[in-house]
Ligand binder design. Structure first.
Ligand code: GDP
Ligand code: MG
Length: 430
């Protein structure tokens, strides 16, 4: 079912600061991008100015009347508010407008639910959904149940919404327990990955900055992008080969968004685990966006909060194709970076779309990562041992393989870290 959405923002004039209208507009534009990402068509968006939010309907009764005629005019199927609605507001609006009502949090949760691929991502999203629903259940379960398909109906499912709080609490406890187990599993996976001597490079940045496009370009991976945001709620990891021929792991992450509802911060942070462990961060920014400065500031702050402030960072000024003279990285960086103390290791202008600047970016990654020089080595490995052979094929460049009795003699160009790991099989280094 194609959803037709009306979007409603709110600007509270009592606290008007010079930029608050612009901010409401930018926030509403982001909401529109999110709605499109969730599969809706945006018929109209508007901002309502009021001294303060209306307790009963957020936007006030006059606006509600206006919305009624707009719903009729556009044949809308959903109204999405760019604020968190209280349970009362949600109920009143549903009753008055007789249409599905969503708020920003519910929309984001819906996108998360669609895109969660790993078990941990799914559990985190369901947990956030249940926690969001819980206070909205009391005595008004019926008001929360949604009919039909479309946005806001995925996730815990409507039958659960009608069950009592006790059962939801039980489900929350069960999810928390599963999360513990899944986390244990992930730590193991990471250990296995770390046992392989490869540096990890993580992409970070605002949503829509072009991270997934860049990720695909750099790794040649087939990952869902288009303008679908949150295509990667769960970190996606792929190999990337640098100009020096060494390989690193590149990890795509979920995008940051403005005013991330507090209820979602935990689910979001869980996806940033890869970031704290990376050797290098590629901080991708849509340099063509008017909000580029604000976005980079927010990303840098969050990186600080999760303890990644001192990880080497390359500022990737993306969408340079949209800016006249856009390949001048230094000029772009000066314009976008507000805090001179937060100077990244380097800034590179690229277009992930056209591929321009990507060679330079790859070289920059090579330069910035700690060196792991490659040398030609000869190994002598018992033929029965598969693992060292596998590692050489995977992370080195095998030149020749010769079986000699119970042994396999392998000549390979090998990064130093791998050579160290396979030291007991090493015969010679040239
Ligand atoms: P993410 O949310 O950071 O992963 O961003 P995506 O990779 O999904 O890209 C968001 C949108 O920006 C998509 O419509 C891309 O096609 C577009 N995009 C990405 N990189 C570029 C670029 O270099 N130039 C232009 N013009 N558009 C780009
Ligand atoms: Mg993405």
């Amino acid at each position: 079912m194609r959803e037709v959405a009306l979007l409603v923002g709110l600007e509270t004039t009592a606290s008007r600061r010079p930029h608050s209208l612009t901010q409401s507009q930018e926030s509403l534009e982001e909401l529109a991008a999110l709605a499109v990402s969730a599969g809706a068509e945006v018929a109209e968006s508007q901002i309502q100015s009021r001294p303060r939010p209306d307790a009963a309907t957020l936007v006030g009764s006059g606006k509600v009347e206006e919305l009624k005629s707009k719903i009729h005019f556009h044949d809308a199927t959903v109204v999405i508010f760019d604020r968190e609605l209280t349970p009362t507001q949600q109920r009143n609006l549903e009753r008055e407008l007789e249409i599905k009502i969503l708020d920003r949090t519910q929309l984001i949760l819906d996108i998360f639910a669609r895109r969660a691929r790993t078990r941990e991502g799914q559990l985190q999203v369901e947990l956030a959904q249940l926690n969001y629903l819980l206070p909205r259940l009391t005595g008004h379960g019926a008001a929360m149940s949604r009919l039909g398909g479309g946005i806001g109906t995925r996730g815990p499912g409507e039958t659960k919404l009608e069950t009592d709080r006790r059962r939801i609490h039980q489900r929350i406890h069960a999810i928390e327990a599963s999360l513990e187990r899944v986390r244990g599993g992930r730590a193991t996976q990471r250990q296995q990955r770390q046992a392989v001597p490869l540096a990890t490079v993580a992409l970070v940045g605002y949503t829509n900055a072009g991270k997934s496009t860049l990720f695909n370009r750099l790794t040649g991976a087939q990952v869902l992008t288009a303008s679908k945001m949150f295509a990667t709620l769960d970190p996606t990891v792929r190999h990337m080969t640098l100009p020096s021929r060494r390989r690193v792991l590149l990890s795509d992450t979920v995008g940051f968004i403005r005013n991330l509802p507090t209820t979602l911060v935990k689910a979001f942070r869980a996806t940033l685990e890869e970031v704290t462990e990376a050797e290098l961060l590629l901080h991708v920014v849509d340099a063509s966006s008017p909000a580029a400065t604000e976005h980079t500031t927010h990303v840098l702050e969050t990186l600080s909060e999760i303890g990644a402030a001192h990880t080497p960072q390359i500022l990737v000024l993306n969408k340079a194709d949209l800016i006249p003279g856009g390949m001048d990285a230094a000029a772009l960086a000066r314009r976008i970076l507000s805090d001179p103390e937060h100077q990244p290791a380097g800034a590179v202008a690229v277009s992930a779309l056209s591929g321009e600047g990507l060679d330079k970016l790859s070289s920059k990654i090579d330069e910035t990562l700690p060196v792991d020089p490659v040398s030609a080595c000869m190994f002598r490995i018992p033929a029965a041992e598969g693992a060292p052979l596998h590692l050489l094929h995977e992370y080195g460049r095998v030149i020749s393989t010769q079986y000699n009795g119970d042994f396999c003699e392998v000549e390979a160009e090998t990064p130093e870290s791998l050579r160290r790991r396979l030291a007991k099989y090493l015969v010679s280094v040239s």
